[in-house]
Design a protein. Structure first.
Length: 509
């Protein structure tokens, strides 16, 4: 991105058109010259480099273009302060000596520097050179290893120019061949958005049949550069798609103008972008992290498929997929949004078509009851979403699913295995373990969470004796596929007498 003073746009016809240079062969030549200036001034002070760039500006018809190239290349350059004496120490010593001498003439200045140098154990000339070596103009270009050649520098300039043009956008409308990646980026940047279906008659204006509308700051939000740069960063994701179209309403010093960009205008250079922060909503990330740490029969899916909502679509933040049935619960987190955006979200929820949706609602919005009427349920939160509240809501669905699954199974189950866990048996039937727990097993006895034939228990009773080492007993149980040694030994009438950390011995109860 560039600074706004380097923006080059045309306002012809009431529009807002960045002055791209990608098709201008002279631009590549100029980019090469700017690269050469940097390469030729390694080990030189910044002031000398700036003078050379100023000379180059005078030789061109557009000084902003030179400065734009230089702005991008400055990020590739390393500057440092080089001084024989640390500048702050040099100044402190010199000013102290000057106060004692009373500097008025050049000779008195030399005397003060000599006294300061003596105290610093340095040469007077080194002290003089170090006094202001930490000024920006005195910093030295120590390394310049650009990621760009002239062509990629031009491409990066055009992208950065378009990003700068979006700083003052009020609304951005995008159609992309890769809408899911686009929405992911919008959410990472914490922008407010909605997805609209494109009318059949308007589909020639861009790829896809959906338009992502990203809104800018409104009444509750003051204009800020940080918010504007989110639009700018979004453009990089937009431009990576093979086909896309972006329209934006831009506040051009109080006048609203329309900016239109397409994949014909821009591409993302084949270089890695300067590191920029990418982040999710803190509330969403915190919830996802804590939910993933639980051992539940639900998978958390981020940014699932779009949902039909009248003439629009809704892309929820998450979905929960149940392990043992084809059942999905969508989950949206309503954070601090503008009243207009909340109203729009409520209207989308009202027209959702045949989905199961839970919504966590920031209590400060005051719309919990309205959300509860439009969805399967509203989960209030303040600061962070309580995982327990969400799990409790999922348990209600789980109970119904388990009841349905259990009803489809016979009252008695007769597995062929001599030993089988309830979990393994449930998986065979495509249900959760809870669905088989209350069934009858006429051919087996339940030992802990495992079903065991009586003949196996008889065999174990013959092989296990009091006084055996626990490790030896566990080896016997393992032969029969029994992992729960505690439950098996309890069933056989034994307990374990522990002997510190060295192990245990089997004793009769």
């Amino acid at each position: 991105m560039l600074t706004k003073d380097l923006l080059r746009v045309s306002r012809a016809g009431g529009g807002y058109h960045p002055q791209f240079v990608g098709d201008d062969p002279d631009a590549s030549d100029l980019a090469a010259r700017v690269l050469g200036v940097y390469q030729g001034h390694v080990a030189e002070e910044r002031a000398t480099l700036d003078e050379a760039l100023t000379d180059l500006e005078r030789d061109t018809s557009d000084f902003k273009l030179v400065r734009g190239f230089a702005k991008l290349l400055e990020r590739e350059a390393a500057f440092e302060t080089r001084a024989a004496v640390e500048p702050r120490r040099a100044r402190a010593a010199a000013f102290e000596a000057a106060e004692a001498v009373g500097v008025v003439t050049g000779a008195e200045r030399e005397t003060a520097l000599a006294r300061a140098a003596e105290g610093l154990d340095a040469a007077p000339d080194d002290v003089a050179d170090s006094l202001y070596a930490d000024l920006e103009s005195r910093q030295v270009l120590t390394a310049f290893d650009p990621r760009y050649d002239p062509e990629s520098l031009v491409a990066q300039y055009d992208l950065s120019l378009a990003q700068t043009a979006l700083f003052d956008a009020l609304e951005v409308r995008v159609r992309s061949a890769e809408p899911k990646e686009l929405v992911s980026a919008v959410k990472r940047l914490r922008l407010m958005y909605e997805v609209r279906r494109v009318a059949a008659g308007d589909r020639d204006a861009g790829p896809g049949d959906r338009e992502v509308v990203v809104t800018g700051p409104s009444a509750p939000f003051s204009r800020s550069r940080r918010y504007g740069t989110r639009f700018a960063r979004l453009l990089r994701t937009v431009a990576t798609a093979p086909a896309w179209r972006l329209e934006a309403t831009v506040d051009d010093r109080g006048t609203e103008r329309e900016l239109v960009l397409t994949d014909d205008d821009l591409s993302v250079p084949g270089t890695e972008p300067v590191a920029e922060p990418t982040y999710d909503s803190g509330v969403e990330r915190d919830f996802a992290t804590r939910f993933a740490s639980l051992d539940l029969d639900w998978d958390l899916v981020r940014e699932p498929e779009p949902l039909a909502s009248g003439a629009h679509v809704v892309i929820p933040d998450f979905a929960f997929d149940y392990h043992h049935a084809d059942f999905r619960v969508f989950f949206e987190i309503m954070g601090f949004w503008t009243p207009a955006y909340v109203e729009k979200k409520l209207s989308r929820l009202e027209t959702l078509e045949d989905v199961t949706m839970l919504v966590a609602v920031d209590e400060s919005l005051g719309v919990g009851e309205a959300v509860a009427e439009l969805t399967e349920g509203a989960i209030p939160y303040r600061g962070s979403v309580r995982v327990k509240d969400v799990v409790d809501a999922l348990r209600a669905y789980e109970d119904d699913l388990l009841a349905d699954a259990a009803a489809d199974l016979p009252d008695e189950l007769v597995p062929e295995d001599d030993v089988v866990t309830l979990a393994a048996l449930a998986a065979r039937h495509g249900v959760g373990a809870a669905a088989v727990e209350r069934k009858a097993f006429p051919g087996h006895e339940r030992v802990g969470r495992t079903l065991v034939r009586p003949t196996v228990l008889e065999a174990l009773a013959d092989r296990i004796e009091p006084g055996m080492d626990l490790a030896e007993v566990e080896a016997v149980l393992d032969e029969y596929g029994l992992d729960d040694a505690s439950a098996a030994l309890s069933r056989l009438g034994y307990r374990v007498e522990w002997e510190g950390l060295s192990g245990g011995t089997v004793r009769e109860k």
